[in-house]
Design a protein around this ligand. Structure first.
Ligand code: EPU
Length: 450
């Protein structure tokens, strides 16, 4: 497993551009199962999760091809409907093939996703939604088996104890496009990735209105056709780069920045003393160029993660890394995944002063962080450790960077372009999570000493 070696303290400067969104791409790619015509996607990021989704679609009878950031999918064998455990266990988001397969092929067998590094992640709301559309669902040998001759439109409430469900909304909305009659999803997820999916589905011939609001209406159609779609920029990657700039007191221009999708984040950043300014106001603020500059002394802040348009859970860890360097006490409350704090003990190893009480962490700002060997067991926690490493004194080794490869395309290359001192250490040069230190052979040492 590769690691990153980071020598902190370099101020990030320069210009970068944000890739297409991972979390939008996954359900978008799954939507290609709803037709036997070609669906073409532009701006698909090059990530291991996307490669896994490509493999899954191939197993499900699709031809998938990629040239640069363009991906083309066509379903050529519609008899296959089994998403195997081997793939689902590498990527929970495989569950988003459930709705499209059920609607188009009438039967689906998807391995039940297990728990995840940051706690229980049930899919009861997905199943409840599909049952409301008339699916018969059973569990057999760790698989969810869902069947339906033709789904029937229904009114479905998708609210759960932590708000709505993003992939659950994607599943039910995708399935309802081919249902007979009208479906209303109440308490739907309002995340921009849902709007992006609805835009693709409508381009394929679906009749969806209200995406991006808590009530989505879908009038079922007989069939869907091919389409071409450009994936929206990744708001979590964009936010991570903005925080990286701030961590190093940098001055960075970010192109394709989805400012409109990050207002809760830029609001918190501006309280902290980090300013994200759109440089050309004639551009669409969903995909524009911004300049990130920060004040010398950062201020503390209090924030809570929430469903969109609130502060995203996927940027909580990165913001915590930044607040470690503010002057005063910040309070962070996690309302989506109350256990999503694997970065806390690792940041503490780097000198952060953090106190966790349940779903809340109090961050006591420190003057500086110090480099250390660290590791995390999920994507965003790992990102926060890289950010901390960029600002820390000395060397930080972040191991298990395969987590980062799931969600950040060539992270070390982007950061190097901005002036960071970061390099990837391949697996064969690592023992017990640490790079093998090159030593001078003993014999040579003796000779030199003479
Ligand atoms: N929940 C239920 N029942 C369900 C589904 C969800 O109780 O059937 C709960 C979850 O346990 C959680 C909350 O509802 O407390 C929200 O979960 P949601 O279903 O919205 O999460 P998801 O759709 O599985 C997506 C992203 C996550 C992101 C969450 C929340 C993708 C591929 N994943 O997951 O992204 O954290 O929405 O915004 O879109 C990441 O990129 O690092 C990541 C984890």
């Amino acid at each position: 497993m590769d690691a990153f070696s980071i020598h902190g303290g370099q101020r990030l400067t320069g210009s970068i551009s944000v890739d297409g969104s991972k979390n939008a791409s996954l359900p978008l790619l799954a939507a290609s199962l709803l037709t036997n015509e070609t669906v073409t996607y532009d701006c698909v990021p090059e990530l291991s999760d996307i490669a896994n989704m490509g493999r899954l679609l191939e197993e499900l009878g699709c031809n998938v091809s990629r040239t640069d950031d363009k991906v083309t999918v066509i379903a050529v064998d519609e008899t296959k409907s089994h998403a195997r455990y081997d793939i689902v266990r590498t990527m929970r988001a495989s569950v988003c093939v459930l709705g499209p397969l059920l609607a188009r092929r009438g039967e689906v067998r998807v391995s039940m996703p297990g728990g995840c590094a940051f706690g229980d992640r049930p899919i009861d709301l997905h199943l409840r939604g599909l049952e409301a559309l008339g699916a018969k669902i059973e569990l057999d040998g760790g698989n969810i088996i869902a069947r339906a001759d033709r789904l029937q439109g229904a009114t479905i409430f998708l609210g759960g104890p932590f708000g709505s469900t993003v992939l659950g909304t994607a599943n039910v909305m995708s399935a309802a496009t081919l249902a007979k009659g009208r479906t209303i999803i109440e308490s739907a997820a309002c995340e921009p990735e849902i709007t992006d999916l609805a835009n693709l589905l409508n381009a394929m011939g679906a009749k969806i209105s209200g995406a991006g609001t808590p009530r989505i209406t879908i009038n079922g159609v007989e069939e869907l056709g091919g389409a071409t779609h450009t994936v929206m920029p990744d708001r979590i990657v964009a936010g991570t780069w903005a925080i990286a700039a701030a961590m190093t007191n940098g001055d960075v221009e970010i192109e394709r920045f989805p400012l409109d999708h990050l207002l809760a984040v830029t609001d918190v950043l501006s309280t902290v003393g980090v300013h994200v300014n759109q440089t050309d106001t004639s551009q669409d603020s969903k995909c524009c160029t911004v300049q990130v500059v920060s004040e010398r002394h950062l201020k503390p802040v209090m924030f809570t993660t929430q469903p969109f348009p609130g502060f995203p859970t996927d940027l909580q860890a990165q913001m915590m890394a930044l607040l470690c360097l503010s002057r005063g006490n910040s309070i962070i409350t996690e309302k989506i995944y109350p256990e999503r704090f694997m970065h806390v003990p690792e940041l503490s190893r780097m000198g952060a002063k953090l106190v966790r009480q349940g779903a809340t962490v109090i961050v006591q700002g420190v003057d500086h962080l110090v480099g250390a060997p660290v590791m995390a067991s999920d994507l965003r926690a790992s990102a926060s450790l890289v950010l901390a490493g960029l600002a820390a004194e000395g060397e930080t080794i972040v191991s298990r960077v395969y987590h980062l490869d799931r969600g950040y395309s060539k992270m070390e290359k982007v950061l190097t372009e901005l002036g960071a001192n970061i390099k990837r250490i391949p697996d064969d040069q690592i023992i017990d999570g640490l790079p093998i230190v090159e030593t001078v052979p003993a014999k040579k040492l003796v000779q030199t000493n003479r």
